[in-house]
Write a protein that binds this ligand. Structure first.
Ligand SMILES: [Zn+2]
Ligand SMILES: [Zn+2]
Length: 364
C-alpha cells in the first residue's frame, strides 16, 4: 500500500457513530524525521489503534517554531513538530467515541491531571511533568499521531485549523507570559512595552499586548523584513534602544544578545519577560547597571490549558493581525525546504500542510 492509500484509509465520516472495528483500525501514513545536520527523511509507518485514554489524530497541518531550528541542526530521535492541528481519527478505550471527527489542536506537555498544580488547572506546571509532544515523544511531521485525549483541545466552530495552530505558541504562550508580566506592572509601568525579536513569538506578543493593557508597543529586530511585519501590526519600530527606556520588555529572540538588550532597556521598577527559547547558557555580568537596577525578571513556560478559552477570544479579536503570519506553506515532503527557508529568514513562519483535504473542510 502506498502512502496515498494510507491517507485514504484514514478518511473519516466525522459522525462519531462508527463501529469500534472501523474506529480503531490500523492505518499507513507518511512520516518525516530529522536525522540532524539540516537533513530530513521521509518514510511510511503503520499507525495502530490508540491505547486507553488516547486518541489518534489525522494531522491536518503543523507549523514550524523557532525552537525547531535546533532540532533541524542537531536531529531528533522522535518525530518533531509541536504546533499541530488535525482531526480525531480514532478513540482509545475510555474516550467517548463521539470525539471522533472532532477538530483539535495539540497541547504539548503531558500532564497527570491529579497533582497539586493540575488541581489548580496549572497543567504546564504539572509536578509529574511528562514528555513534550514533538520533543520527547512523536509530534506532527507525519500523517497520524497518537496523544492523550486530554491533550487534544477542541477548536471552536468558526476558527479554521490553519488559524487554530497559532493559538498554541504564537498566542497561547505569549498571552500567558503577558498575563504574568501585567501582574507585576502597575498602571504607570505599562507606558512602554518593548518587544525584542520579531519572529513568530515576538509578533505574537505585538499582536496580543493591547489586550493586556499595553498600548504603546515598540519592537526591535536586526532583520528589516521582520521589523516591517511588527510595524504592520501596530508596533513602533526602533533601530536602536536607549538604556532604561522601557517599562516592560518581552525578550522573544531566545538569543543572549536579545537578553542583554532587554536587561539594558528595562527601566528601573520595570519588568522583563524572558519568553524566547535558547539552548546556550546566559551569563549575566555583575555590573552596577544590572545589580543596581530595581527591576523584575519573569520566566514563563507555555500556558495552562485553562487559559485556552481566553486565547480563542483573543484570536477572534485579533484575527486580522494574525493573518499572513503563516506566510509560506509546504506539503509534508517539503519539511526540509521549509526549514531551509525558515533558517534563511525568507519565511516568517512556515506551515506544513499534511492533509489539505482536512483544511478544505473548514471552507465548506
Ligand atoms: Zn514552539
Ligand atoms: Zn499534574
Amino acid at each position: 500500500m502506498d502512502s496515498d492509500d494510507g491517507a485514504a484509509s484514514g478518511a473519516m465520516a466525522g459522525t462519531g457513530t462508527d463501529t469500534s472495528a472501523e474506529n480503531v483500525g490500523t492505518v499507513l501514513g507518511r512520516v518525516v524525521t530529522l536525522p540532524g545536520e539540516g537533513t530530513s527523511e521521509m518514510s511510511t509507518r503503520e499507525y495502530g489503534p490508540p491505547g486507553p485514554g488516547e486518541v489518534r489524530i489525522a494531522v491536518a497541518c503543523t507549523a514550524l517554531c523557532g525552537s525547531d531550528k535546533r532540532l533541524w541542526h542537531a536531529g531528533s530521535s522522535v518525530v518533531s513538530g509541536h504546533e499541530i492541528a488535525g482531526v480525531i481519527d480514532a478513540t482509545g478505550p475510555g474516550v467517548p467515541v463521539n470525539r471522533r471527527g472532532e477538530r483539535v489542536i495539540i497541547y504539548i506537555p503531558e500532564f497527570c491531571g491529579h497533582c497539586a498544580a493540575c488541581a489548580r488547572n496549572l497543567t504546564q506546571r504539572c509536578e509529574n511533568a511528562g514528555k513534550l509532544i514533538g520533543w520527547q515523544r512523536d509530534g506532527g511531521f507525519q500523517e497520524y499521531l497518537t496523544v492523550p485525549a486530554a491533550n487534544a483541545v477542541s477548536v471552536p466552530d468558526g476558527i479554521a485549523l490553519d488559524d487554530a495552530v497559532l493559538a498554541l505558541d504564537t498566542l497561547g504562550t505569549t498571552a500567558h507570559g503577558l498575563r504574568m508580566l501585567s501582574r507585576i506592572s502597575d498602571t504607570a509601568a505599562r507606558e512602554r512595552l518593548l518587544v525584542v525579536g520579531c519572529g513568530p513569538l515576538g509578533l505574537g506578543a505585538v499582536i496580543a499586548a493591547p489586550a493586556f493593557g499595553y498600548h504603546d508597543v515598540a519592537a526591535v529586530d536586526p532583520d528589516p523584513v521582520r521589523l516591517a511585519e511588527a510595524r504592520r501590526r501596530g508596533a513602533t519600530t526602533l533601530s536602536d534602544v536607549a538604556v532604561n527606556s522601557s517599562a516592560a520588555v518581552i525578550e522573544a529572540s531566545g538569543t543572549n544578545d536579545g537578553r542583554d538588550l532587554a536587561r539594558r532597556a528595562v527601566a528601573p521598577g520595570g519588568s522583563v519577560l524572558l519568553l524566547g527559547e535558547g539552548s546556550a547558557d546566559w551569563v549575566v555580568p555583575a555590573v552596577p547597571e544590572f545589580r543596581r537596577k530595581d527591576a523584575f525578571y519573569v520566566r514563563s513556560f507555555y500556558f495552562p490549558l485553562a487559559e485556552m478559552e481566553d486565547t480563542w477570544t483573543l484570536m477572534r479579536e485579533r484575527g486580522a493581525a494574525l493573518r499572513g503570519l503563516l506566510d509560506h506553506r509546504w506539503p509534508l515532503e517539503g519539511v526540509g525546504q521549509a526549514f531551509e527557508a525558515f533558517c534563511a529568514g525568507t519565511a516568517i513562519k512556515p506551515l506544513i500542510v499534511v492533509r489539505p483535504d482536512l483544511l478544505g473542510e473548514d471552507a465548506s
